[in-house]
Ligand binder design. Structure first.
Ligand code: SF4
Length: 293
């Protein structure tokens, strides 16, 4: 399939790319931008923005869409919380997005490490907002409580696709478990801003995507991102089709109608793409509702 015009990617500034890569290497940090072959890496690194991927660059799961390595994991780096904080300060980030590989090998799924990173960043950058994009933590309520108690500004978890495709796309995941995560977060802190994302183009029908959007909204999810799935390599699950920008616009309309605070739907959208803007919009919508205007 020939890549359509709307998916043409801006070429990265090699100097700016190198600067970020060098700093991350020096601090032994990883970004999901590089590990997951994000198409926006040139644009984001060019704007001195990146999404940290903590707990190593090897995942215990093997999702069919994901370019992150899988296999035997590394030991946790006790210096990582301070190093993430230092890198975020160097980049001057006002909204820090932190994700991780899935660590089913750790007793708490890595929740306490997530909390330590959040606290280190809060300490170093008290005026910044922090978004954690977490794995499903195997549905462990205690692990989810550990993360919520650390008080990030946003808890995000991507459902990625429609339930009918889970057996091919997210074999070790469970749609209901992922949905329930939003209820677990809201139970612990009803004010926590919540977010999820889906990738499209894997063969899902519009009604199926709309049903997932309804499920997410009912579970307490407030920000939704939708973007085009791009196959990282021939070893990954094949894409079925390109979704036109007009179809993304229709999803945006449906999401707004369903009541999401913010819907970001566009071919190149990824859950951390302009995440700070989406967060600020969600907060503004919250206050607008409280103020009744
Ligand atoms: S969209 Fe997110 S993952 Fe992709 S390059 Fe930008 S910050 Fe990184």
């Amino acid at each position: 399939m020939v890549r359509p015009e709307w998916l043409k990617i801006k070429s990265p500034d090699p100097e700016k790319m190198q600067q970020i890569k060098k700093m991350m290497d020096k601090l032994q940090l990883h970004t999901v931008c590089e590990s997951a072959h994000c198409p926006n890496v040139g644009e984001c690194f060019g704007q001195q923005t990146a999404t940290f991927m903590i707990m190593g660059d090897v995942c215990t799961r093997n999702c069919a869409f994901c370019a992150v390595k899988h296999g035997a994991t590394d030991q946790l780096d006790s210096a990582e919380p301070e190093n993430v904080a230092a890198a975020a300060a160097t980049l001057g980030l006002q909204h820090i997005v932190i994700t991780s590989v899935t660590r089913d090998d750790l007793p708490d799924g890595g929740a306490s490490h997530f909390a330590a990173v959040v606290k280190a960043v809060q300490h170093k950058l008290p005026h910044s907002s922090i978004e954690v994009l977490i794995p499903d933590m195997a549905g462990d309520d205690k692990a989810i409580a550990t993360i919520v108690t650390a008080k990030p500004s946003v808890v995000s978890h991507n459902v990625e696709t429609i339930p009918a495709l889970y057996s091919r796309v997210r074999t070790q995941a469970d749609y209901q478990r992922s949905l329930n995560l939003f209820r677990q977060v809201k139970d612990k802190n009803p004010d926590m801003v919540t977010k999820s994302g889906l990738m499209l183009g894997l063969g899902e029908a519009m009604e199926e995507v709309t049903a997932v959007m309804q499920d997410l909204h009912s579970a307490g999810c407030e920000i939704l991102t939708l973007g085009q799935y791009l196959r990282p390599s021939k070893a990954h699950i094949a894409m079925e089709r390109y979704i036109a920008p007009e179809e993304f616009a229709e999803y945006h309309r449906i999401g707004v109608e369903l009541g999401f605070r913010v819907v970001v739907a566009d071919p190149l959208v990824r859950s951390s793409y302009y995440a700070g803007e989406a967060y600020r919009e969600a907060i503004a919508s919250k206050y607008k509702n409280i103020g009744g205007t």
